[in-house]
Design a protein around this ligand. Sequence first.
Ligand SMILES: Cc1ncc(C[n+]2csc(CCOP(=O)(O)OP(=O)(O)O)c2C)c(N)n1
Ligand SMILES: [Mg+2]
Length: 804
Amino acid sequence: MAESAKTKPSTNELAILRELEKKVLWLASWTIHHANHLRENVDGVKVGGHQASSASLATIMTALYFRALRPQDRVAVKPHASPIFHAIQYLLGRQSRQKLEDFRGYKGAQSYPSRSKDADDVDFSTGSVGLGVAQTLFSSLVQDYVRAHGWGLQRPEGRMIALVGDAELDEGNIFEAILEGWKQGLRNCWWIIDYNRQSLDAVIREGLWERYEALFKAFGWDVVILKYGALLQRAFRERGGERLRQWIDSCPNQLYSALVFQGGAAWRKRLLDEIGDQGDVTRLIGARSDEELARLMTNLAGHDLPSLIEAFGKVNHDRPICFICYTIKGFGLPFAGHKDNHAGLMTPAQTESLRVAMNIRPGHEWDKFEGLAVAPAELERFLERVPFAAGARQHEAARIEVPAQLPVTIQPVMSTQAGFGALLNELGREKGAIAERVVTASPDVTVSTNLGPWVNRRGLFAREKMADTFKSERIPSTFNWDFSPKGQHIELGIAEMNLFILLSALGLSHAINGERLIPIGTLYDPFIQRGLDALNYACYQEARFILVATPSGITLAPEGGAHQSIATPLIGLAQDGLAAFEPAFVDELAAILAFAFDYIQRDAEGEASERNWLRDETGGSVYLRLSTRPIEQIKRAMTGELRQAIVDGAYWQRPPGPNCQVVVAYTGAVVPEAIQAVGLMAEDRRDVGLLAVTSADRLNAGWTAAQRARERGLVHARSHIEKLMADVPSHCGIVTVLDGHPATLAWLGAVRGHRVRALGVEHFGQTGSIPELYRHYGIDANAIVAAAAALTPGRPIRHLKALP
Ligand SMILES: Cc1ncc(C[n+]2csc(CCOP(=O)(O)OP(=O)(O)O)c2C)c(N)n1
Ligand SMILES: [Mg+2]
């Protein structure tokens, strides 16, 4: 635990912090003004910038970044406070003026803090409200995981902090995370709620804070309510002050916001009308000018540096804390409190007034210390000593050597899901670095995704040891569920969002904890869609993990439509930062998994590979779509060439001959149907080719990249699929087939201009047997043959049965 900062700042320090708070608000406002009014607006689109949302957090972020935070602390900044974050980093010398000038522009500082697109040390990418908040919780668990395994103990423990918009708490994923945090013994996590009682559209319901307080306490969090600033607290101690407090406490949010917007005279009128007594209260109000009264009435603790500094500084434990900080949306700006201020922009005239009020000379708007009441040298000295900026924050971790081949015993008939279980079971026996760094996680589908044998060997993770009672009671069970700090499986409740956010946190451990993990998460394929935004954000912030989604498709026949995924192959194709594979055979899966262990560790800013025109040097995360269908395995030697082709996305199971009329290209569990169809057609169509596609995603990415390379003058660029298709005669037809949306493979015809008939599943599945469903949806051997017959001229194919 980092030693708490000394609680009380000296008068001098407070004076400096107050100046910095002003400067942060000014710089953020100027940045937004610059983006909207000064930079040439190219396309007539309003640039925006969330001035009001930002101002709401200016004081809290000043107190944090310039005083409370340590380098090891990590912060998820509320998306709309991005201008404040960038301004703070600018003052700390970690953000360039150019990037601020280009805020929301090409290559400029980002609208929402981004780990991958911003250059100023963003800890977590935010933007989709709720996700960054939960990410801090899971990052805390990951920090505990890493330290419990004895790694990174030379570094101090950090706090994981989220700056949370109050309306952000409407997002359900936050509550799923709180529940999981409680189960896992969460520590070192602070959520600071910007309680401005406004969302985008509206002023929020009365009394929400009471609900939050009860909720957080119920899950073991400390709750600290920061409501009144020092000015108000002092006024409450005056005669008549208690009446004033009662009035504020019962003032509806809407009215309070409206009065904030209207200012001093409105406050006076309202207060005198409602609690004026010609006595103490009237005197308390009368003793203040309009300006002083407005300052008093808006002196909420979230805008009161001493209150915030004290509250953050006095924490001396590692329990999770929720700070509910009362703030005003747009504080310090002309539209403070107005319910429509979310997208509000200051007019040039308003910015001009603010400039004058801030003592800033025209032309000196970007100067760091312009207009401040403390000498620049002193401010400079202060900034140089800010604890947060005193140490390295982003870490690196060495790559772990991956064996070229993973051991596995392949049964004659086996599903890819069973193969995955067998591969991990073998890995579970090993002592090597990869086996040690693998951490698995699953949202209550550990056993049904075949992780059971691995978990039996490596145990479940918990900060405290907990024995499996069934085992100690000697009740026979296939599974041994001992929990300990050395366990390597994190068992989650059934919340797929939590799985993806945990994978995101595990997958950033190398950068955040300086300790590399190899995270593998399993879930049922259709439920990827349940957590899709979290998966997208995990990829966006370049977290590295392997996602094993199984079972998949209508092949999951008796489970019915609700469990049968259709769109996931297209997600795999389209999701950036995620290489998607769907092997048919276990030897393919073994090759892909070995590749994945290495691929997720790559992070070079590499050029596209000349071999296949993929970004193989850069790496990314990996998605494996697997199946429960037992498939007869091919006995073959895994040559280096075959392994490479599997990883690149495709290989010829049966190369097309020179007179080839039809190619069948298949992916995944429909391989028996594809093979059978090729056999049925052989008598009537010449030299039929059979193309095994292991990754439509990588094939497509390589093809796109090679085309772009050629357009830029690299005339010899050829992708893997272009090379594979080079000898397929142009009159040839291609039938593609997979247990998923047909568009996944339909593009294959565009590679060299072949006609295509794409078979797959377009409509919700249903219960039935595999043959019944394959027939119904048209992905059985007969449908493949019929498609080939329709696509290619020649005599009728004899074995074709009439289609139902
Ligand atoms: C998942 C998601 N849905 C919707 C939005 C659009 N949105 C941006 S801010 C906002 C309201 C935020 O209110 P609050 O969290 O209270 O922040 P404040 O603006 O008050 O600071 C909404 C709905 C978003 N960014 N992410
Ligand atoms: Mg709000």
